[in-house]
Design a protein around this ligand. Sequence first.
Ligand SMILES: Cc1cc2nc3c(=O)[nH]c(=O)nc-3n(C[C@H](O)[C@H](O)[C@H](O)COP(=O)(O)OP(=O)(O)OC[C@H]3O[C@@H](n4cnc5c(N)ncnc54)[C@H](O)[C@@H]3O)c2cc1C
Length: 432
Amino acid sequence: MRAAQTAQKKGLTVALIESKQIGGVCLNIGCIPTKSLLYSTSILAIAKQAGHHGVSVTQADGSLDVLQNRQRSVVGTIRDSVERSLRESGIEIIKGAARFLSGNEIDAGHEKVCAKDVIIATGSSARRLEGFATDAHILYPDDIFNLSHVPDSLLIVGAGAIGCEFAGFFNAMGSRVTVLEIQETILPLLDLDLTKRLAISFRKKGIGIVTGAALEHIEREGEHIRVLYSTGSGDVFSDILVSAGRQPNTDLLHLEKAGVKIRDGGWVDVDSQYRTSADHIWAIGDCIGRRLVAHAAEREGEIVVGILCGEPESLDYSLIPEVVYTSPEVAAVGMKESGIDDIGTYGALKGRFGSVAKAHILNEVDGIFKIIYQKDSGTIVGAHMYGYGVSELISFFSLAIHKETTLKELKKIVFPHPTLSEAIHQAVGDIS
Ligand SMILES: Cc1cc2nc3c(=O)[nH]c(=O)nc-3n(C[C@H](O)[C@H](O)[C@H](O)COP(=O)(O)OP(=O)(O)OC[C@H]3O[C@@H](n4cnc5c(N)ncnc54)[C@H](O)[C@@H]3O)c2cc1C
């Protein structure tokens, strides 16, 4: 969608083929509905703490139906507005499933489309559980937005960003939640110090965590599903939510007719400028399997359009922030401590959000961060945060890394008082 909008603004004639709903996974069954549901449970958490803030709330309950209606209304409003703006700008929207007939001809169901350049942005879908019997109570992320019951007990298979966000959501709604992760920690791709803190917070809320274990066996037992983990232990749950990776939506595209090569797993093979193996065919977003987040997909789209218009750019993936919208949130950008080969040349400056007044005003003192810098120059190369609202703070560090800002320069920045960002000032204030 972003590629289409950018191309149209640059004066290209654009047609957008969509088999389901405008806005893709992000708007319809991904980022937006999950964040709407999570925002609702954050209000519920505040309502439950209201007494602490001197406000009396007699009853704080969340009704799944009402939360779902709000999420649908948010999604619907945005989708209508986006669709209207696409049409008004002159982009032709073709509803249908696309498949290549040749390098520049596409069958979109009811019509054939010819284009000089084609951008493949067909996204990804939840990886299905293989080798287990199907069951109406084995759910995938897409199912959550039509769910009408709060599971009594829920096993979430996969503790990546999506699994952890749903763990927080269903815990807040009253389910007994357990997350199962094959790696040794939840959010295994993120900084260990942060993920340990999130694990502590999860456990305090009653979310069970089983790591270093895979799903071995599932068996229906009356109202429940009995689950056996690879470690030999097990449990019973009313529902299972599978959030164990994504697979590209490329199998129905007939890519071979266009000469577009795929890698193992079906991901479209592209070079650093998103060129596929076929001339004039490009691929961006989840279907290329680089960074499966909406903001990366959008930027990749802008870059391809720039190339088409003779304005080439490249994308530094290390500057793409990662955010997990749990409570507290986790956010990261740039170099990780664990990714550094020569630890001697880098340092990690650590701080706590609980050290500033705003954290106490908000009653959100559980928060830490780490700024990774080069020891000789003091240049900031990474930032990792766990705490309230860090999704909004992380972009500051994307810019700092992009501009090769040093800790000394950061020290000169005046942060508004009282804010959580003052904790950053406090941490750099200690350096000489
Ligand atoms: C539950 C969940 C929560 C998420 N939360 C976040 C978040 O908070 N932040 C974030 O950055 N990312 C998040 N993501 C990831 C984000 O949604 C994806 O990275 C993003 O949507 C990828 O965009 P895309 O354009 O590549 O593909 P998609 O958004 O998947 O769009 C692809 C579109 O192509 C259509 N399509 C597929 N095949 C065809 C065909 N043959 N013909 C025509 N149309 C076709 C599909 O119907 C779809 O509409 C989340 C994902 C999930 C599942």
